[in-house]
Write a new protein. Structure first.
Length: 85
């Protein structure tokens, strides 16, 4: 193969279009953009559950903290914990 031959460049020259594709050209002023194809939402329920969990997280953390504090406040000291004396 001679140094002037570049199979990749030859291939790219063959596949390149002579003109710009229509979806890449600018629209005339006042023309609306084409509508996007409607596609079903695959992760709709999962995203909704994730959002709900994210919104509830601070309340769950606060409830866990209150429960932890309450369990320590009402500890009768019957062998549990690190109490000495």
């Amino acid at each position: 193969m001679s140094p002037d031959e570049d199979p990749t460049a030859d291939f790219l020259d063959d596949v390149r279009a002579d003109e710009e594709t229509p979806w890449r050209t600018d629209r005339p002023a006042g023309e609306r953009a084409p509508e996007r194809a409607e596609r079903p939402e695959r992760w709709g329920r999962t995203r909704a559950a994730g959002r709900a969990a994210a919104q509830a997280a601070p309340y769950l953390q606060a409830a866990a903290l209150v429960a932890w504090l309450a369990s320590g406040a009402f500890d009768d000291g019957s062998g549990s914990g690190d109490q000495s004396g």
